[in-house]
Design a protein. Structure first.
Lengths: 256, 257
């Protein structure tokens, strides 16, 4: 519809303005600071271009995306599962919710020392930390949404003879989808932050976070800013393009 | 399918909603349960659907005790029972898909029933895009598509304006005449009960007891209710509305009841 389209254009314009303002302040800082402390925007962009043509960059990107995919994917799976269970079974709901509220206040990065010793130096502790970051918002949003599924929608399915599996798949799941997507977008932000920080600390094999930490260690500020640029662009693309597309696709009926 | 209530009682905590209710509804009969809001008639209907269980007493359908919902006893709700994430066709087809009918077959059948309730052309609309009357037409199609032996209606047109309600009552009457299910209609609309039912049970306020039972089987089914004038006056009197007074006075009395 025309209304949502004009809103889309306005949003895009807002993003362009925001990016221009951020780059402007970066450039102002670069003018005042010496090059070894703050590189020019175009220097970083040139470095980014070089990186895009190097195999090392893709190795790091691939590793990071694999960890993100595994951690975020596991968090969505278990978050939806536990959210549905907690939302439908009264005895489980309150304790589970309380546990989530307590645990989610712990920054997921705080688990790194424990998991490093528990699971050893490797991909697993990073993946688990990513999963922890993404699990809580997913589980909470699904649980809250499941609780508030309209009674009449459940009764209607029961009188039409829906089996338990059909009820879950055809009634509960679509009913909680709007809130699930909001939760999943929140969860993605958590997962992304957890991924980069865990990679910076753990420093196991190539990755976006490790590459950033390494640039800092060798005082390569162009490298630091280039890595930050990559992290920002990727997050924006995944959230605003991929997740938004999926959202519009799944919730098409709401946009008519 | 014959439906029976024997000594059915229902209470929620200390609140007795229904006390020792018994009746038999014959196969193919159309019975209206008429009474004030909150008198427990919806509870009776939900027990027939198997959505609620009686505190004491038993309900049977076709000689078998009702313990859980079954697609042969379907229920039409007042409103908001369509799934907002499905199109009208998707909503109607879902009733068959729950019976494991393949999706394409179910959609083709849904198309037929949507045409019957004069919704052809609106298959791909979502419930929020159409009027309340159209949503209830769709709800009727969804109920009839599974060919239920028992049709339970819980104030199906209660949220509609008077004119739309009368049109929908005609649509419902035609569908019932075609499919001949056993029908139990819960309503607080006297005219709706008189228009659709073979037999009307008039309920008192909580706990629900039957004030009067009216056989209408021989009466013509028409929206011209002049033939029903005496019965209508009788029913209104039973419900505590004084028909000798002016409407304004009646309203005032209705409020104090």
């Amino acid at each position: 519809m025309s209304n949502s389209q004009t809103m889309g254009v306005a949003t895009k314009r807002a993003y362009v303005v925001a990016i221009a303002v951020i780059l402007f302040f970066w450039q102002v800082a670069a003018w005042f600071l010496p090059d070894f402390l703050m590189p020019d925007v175009h220097t970083a962009i040139l470095r980014l271009w070089e990186e895009l043509n190097s195999a090392e960059f893709y190795e790091g990107l691939g590793n990071s995306m694999t960890r993100l995919g595994a951690g975020y994917g596991a968090a969505l799976f278990f978050g939806i599962l536990l959210g549905l269970v907690g939302g439908t079974i009264n005895a489980v709901r309150s304790p589970l919710k309380a546990a989530i509220i307590i645990l989610q206040s712990i920054p997921s990065i705080a688990w790194v020392p424990l998991f490093l010793i528990l699971m050893g130096f490797g991909n697993l502790p990073i993946i688990v930390v990513v999963a922890i970051g993404a699990f809580f918002p997913t589980a909470l949003s699904v649980m809250n949404a499941t609780e508030s599924v309209e009674k009449v929608h459940i009764s209607a399915a029961r009188v039409m003879g829906a089996s338990k599996v059909q009820m879950l798949r055809r009634v509960y799941f679509p009913a909680v989808t709007p809130e699930l997507i909001t939760g999943a977008q929140l969860a993605f932000g958590n997962a992304w932050r957890a991924l980069i920080s865990a990679e910076m600390i753990v420093g196991f094999s190539a990755g976006l976070g490790k590459s950033l930490a390494y640039s800092g260690e060798i005082a390569d500020m162009t490298g630091v800013m280039t890595n930050i640029l990559v992290i920002a662009i990727l997050a924006a693309v995944i959230d605003q393009v991929i997740l938004e597309r999926i959202k519009h696709r799944l919730l098409r009926y709401q946009y008519l | 399918m014959e439906l029976t209530f024997s000594d059915v009682t229902k209470s929620f905590g200390d609140l007795n909603v229904i006390e020792y209710f018994s009746t038999t509804i014959r196969t193919g009969e159309i019975v209206a349960l008429l009474g004030p809001s909150g008198c427990g008639k919806s509870t009776l209907l939900h027990m027939l659907a198997g959505l609620q269980t009686p505190s004491t007493g038993t309900l049977t359908a076709g000689g078998k005790r009702i313990e859980k919902p079954s697609p042969e006893r379907t229920l039409v709700f007042q409103e908001h029972a369509l799934y907002p994430w499905l199109t009208l066709a998707g909503n109607v087809a879902l009733a068959l898909e729950f019976q494991n009918t393949p999706k394409q077959v179910a959609l083709a059948e849904a198309q037929k029933w949507l045409t019957k309730v004069e919704l052809a052309g609106f298959e791909h609309y979502y419930p929020h895009q159409v009027s309340g009357g159209m949503r209830q037409r769709c709800a009727l199609a969804r109920a009839f598509i599974a060919r239920p032996q028992v049709l339970l209606l819980d104030e199906p047109f209660g949220a509609l304006d008077a004119l739309t309600r009368m049109t929908l009552q005609s649509v419902l009457k035609d569908l019932i005449e075609e499919e001949r299910p056993t029908v139990v209609l819960v309503t607080h609309d006297v005219d709706e009960a008189l228009y659709l039912a073979d037999r009307v049970l008039v309920f008192s306020n909580r706990p629900a007891t039957v004030l009067s039972e009216i056989e209408l089987g021989h009466m013509p089914k028409t929206h011209d209710l002049s033939a029903f004038a005496d019965i209508r006056r009788d029913v209104l009197n039973k419900l505590g509305i004084d028909t000798d007074t002016t409407p304004a006075q009646a309203e005032a009395i209705g409020e104090t009841v």
